[in-house]
Design a protein around this ligand. Structure first.
Ligand SMILES: Cc1cc2nc3c(=O)[nH]c(=O)nc-3n(C[C@H](O)[C@H](O)[C@H](O)COP(=O)(O)OP(=O)(O)OC[C@H]3O[C@@H](n4cnc5c(N)ncnc54)[C@H](O)[C@@H]3O)c2cc1C
Length: 322
């Protein structure tokens, strides 16, 4: 049986979790999911379990931990360690998200087992043969892992989430968690989320780099994203300069995305940025430099100044809608 840690943010399940469920199901159809931090963490447990069931979770274990707030990695790991014992699962899988990697690293450390992050494929055996991403997916590493239980995260967008409705039977699980396990937990969030579509789920991402010239340059990107029902992304130069929040950063140290359309404006196409957007179905780049690296990776290129091109793009979108 495969156990999948369901990553959620205050009750909203990270869509990468559905990829992790699909990945686990491909190894063994007997898949169970774990939701840590029930109603207290803002979860509508029934609705969340129904979503997980859509992607093959036969059973959904709900672990309610007093004082968990909405995220406490070590406490979540303690619960998973106990569930591994009680269910006898042969693998623990999660999305390779910040939370997925953090929690599973704790599980591996507690149980003294190896942890394989960013996997593309796993062939269960003795040893387990695993292919995983290194250098943000620029290198594929083949590793042989010997462990009684596989602990692994799934490289974002390497597996397409495909529904396979299952029972999703709810089961409550009580874990022994100490105060020490709750020492690291979310107690406050600074900076409101926009409330709009998030980067991982966006079908359209309008992304800006240093070429946007400053924070004010992003106003038109917001307008275009709004007109297309998408969201804004950016490069690390932009977040480092404080023009946009880190939550919008795409790349190796940001979010890895796979939208239908990625519009890269004033972005050079550094390896670390491409690592986050190379799975986009269509990539359009606007850059004054025809030789910028991103131009070699884009499906369509526009050589020109964003200050001249983007107003025309916005006008065209608005005209086509009216
Ligand atoms: C360990 C590590 C991790 C990193 N992680 C990330 C990451 O997750 N994400 C990320 O993005 N970067 C990351 N970086 C940084 C990365 O190496 C690049 O520095 C960064 O992506 C460059 O950002 P940029 O394209 O905005 O800026 P630049 O490289 O400066 O490119 C700006 C581009 O804008 C064009 N331009 C300028 N003016 C205009 C105009 N008016 N109209 C049109 N085009 C114009 C220029 O021709 C140029 O191509 C990382 C680096 C390291 C070392």
């Amino acid at each position: 049986m495969m156990l999948v840690f369901a990553d959620h943010d205050r009750g909203t399940i990270d869509p990468l979790t559905f990829q992790a469920l699909t990945f686990a199901r491909n190894l063994d159809p007997d898949v169970q999911a774990v939701l840590v931090g029930g109603g207290g963490a803002g979860l509508d447990v029934t609705a969340a379990a129904a979503e997980l069931a859509q992607y093959g979770a036969q059973i959904v274990h709900v672990v309610e931990i007093a004082g968990y707030s909405d995220y406490a990695p070590l406490a979540a790991a303690r619960a998973l360690v106990e569930l591994l014992v009680s269910t006898g699962a042969k693998a623990l899988v999660a999305a390779s998200s910040a939370r997925g990697n953090e929690v599973l690293a704790h599980v591996a450390a507690i149980t003294d087992r190896p942890f394989t992050a960013d996997c593309y494929s796993i062939s269960i055996g003795d040893p387990h043969q695993i292919v995983r991403a290194r250098w943000a997916g620029n290198l594929h590493e083949e590793v042989d892992v010997t462990a009684d239980v596989v602990i692994a995260t799934v490289f974002p967008h390497s597996t397409e989430a495909t529904p396979a409705p299952a029972a999703g039977t709810l089961k409550e699980f009580t874990a022994t968690v100490s105060e020490h396990d709750l020492a690291v937990r979310v107690i406050n969030r600074i900076g409101a989320s926009t409330g709009g579509v998030t980067l991982p789920e966006a079908k359209v991402i309008v992304s800006g780099g240093r070429g946007m010239g400053g924070p004010e340059g992003f106003t038109i990107l917001e307008e275009i994203a709004g007109a297309l029902g998408g969201t804004v992304g950016c490069t690390r130069v932009v977040t480092s300069a404080g023009w946009r929040p880190h939550a919008e950063q795409v790349g190796q140290t940001g979010t890895k995305v796979a939208p239908d359309l990625y519009l890269a404006c004033g972005i050079s196409g550094a390896t670390q940025h491409l690592a986050g957007c190379k799975n986009s179905k269509t990539l359009i780049a606007i850059n004054t430099d025809a030789d910028a690296t991103i131009m070699n990776h884009a499906d369509y290129i526009i050589v020109g100044d964003v200050n001249q091109i983007l107003p025309l793009v916005l006008n065209e979108i608005q005209a086509s809608k009216s």
